[in-house]
Design a protein around this ligand. Structure first.
Ligand SMILES: [Ca+2]
Length: 313
């Protein structure tokens, strides 16, 4: 089978970085057409820089990286330096990127790519707030039907919130954008906190990255070490969740994941529960399913895959 063509829309972020590295290490299954940066974990200037740092770390400097929207559709930007550090990629010491951003806006790249490729052959992989994707859909609704699938990290149901008591960060930052995406009709797979909180970087798994004895293995071990300090304090778990790589792992080994086709709606009105993913997990409404909401993961299989693939870089 030909590799899936994808656009990674991202706000790196240490876990975004690992998701990108996994995709770049897996050319049999994944063809990365481009990386589009969005404001999220840290401001746009840094996410656009971090995306290039990650491409250079992987030795894949031919991948075009575009800068996109620098703020949510209707709200001031909320960032997460308290989780990711000042740079967004705190942990390893990595050189400033030599590769330049590609000219043009990320939203235009998304639009052009979907128009240029045959309908149903390009998958969007959002790993941050959905501002770039929603802006492209609003600007040119004709591209919506051309998207093969959206596989995104965002939302939560049983695990409720990580930035407010009811909202997951990516959805909370731009709930209006998420609302547009979830109402778009594009086949959508959601990796919520319910699954990412089962993808924990235990000491043993962190050691496996370090034991690769490569630049990439060392950097990933140091990134997940950094993450861990915050998350252990917060969740008291045995390791930090590795959110975004669930998206790219799903492209390679979908059988590692299971979930339910359900209806998911986004709260955009209530200040109390803003950005909540209202997921009809128990099917208590007759609202039609609009997403495959993942609930479980074979965590050992996931980390084996990650370690095996990162070893190639
Ligand atoms: Ca992210």
């Amino acid at each position: 089978m030909a590799p899936r063509k994808i656009i990674i829309d991202t706000d790196p972020g240490q876990d975004d970085a690992v998701a990108i590295l996994l995709a770049l290490a897996s050319p049999e299954e994944i063809e990365v057409l481009g990386i589009t940066a969005v404001a999220g974990n840290v401001p746009l200037e840094l996410t656009a820089k971090n995306a290039r740092i990650v491409c250079e770390l992987a030795g894949k400097t031919h991948i075009p990286v575009y800068a996109g929207c620098d703020r949510p559709l209707k709200r001031p930007l909320v960032t997460a330096e308290h989780v990711h550090g000042k740079t967004g990629l705190d942990g390893p010491v990595l050189p400033d990127p030599q590769m330049a951003l590609t000219d043009g806006h990320a939203v235009e790249f998304i639009i052009d790519t979907l128009r240029k490729n045959k309908p149903g052959t390009v998958t969007l992989c959002p790993l941050g707030p959905l501002t770039n994707i929603a802006t492209a859909f609003q600007k040119t609704p004709d591209i919506i039907d051309r998207v093969q699938e959206i596989i995104l990290m965002g939302g939560a149901y049983f695990e409720v919130g990580n930035i407010t008591p009811t909202a997951e960060f990516n959805i909370y930052v731009d709930p209006e954008a998420a609302d547009i995406v979830f109402k778009s009709g594009v086949p959508t797979v959601v990796m919520p906190l319910d699954v990412t909180h089962k993808a924990l970087v235990t000491k043993q798994r962190n050691d496996a990255f370090r034991a690769l004895v490569t630049k990439v293995g060392q950097a990933v071990a140091e990134m997940t070490d950094f993450f861990e300090r915050f998350d252990k304090e917060k969740y008291g778990s045995e390791g930090a969740p590795l959110h975004d790589p669930c998206v790219t792992a799903y492209l390679i080994r979908p059988e590692l994941f299971s979930g339910r086709h359900i209806n998911v709606q986004i709260e955009t009105q209530s200040e109390l529960t803003m950005g909540m993913t209202v997921a009809d997990w128990w099917g208590v409404t007759d609202r039609p399913p609009n997403a495959l909401f993942i609930g479980d993961i074979d965590a050992d299989g996931f980390f084996d895959l990650l370690t095996e693939r990162l070893a190639r870089l």
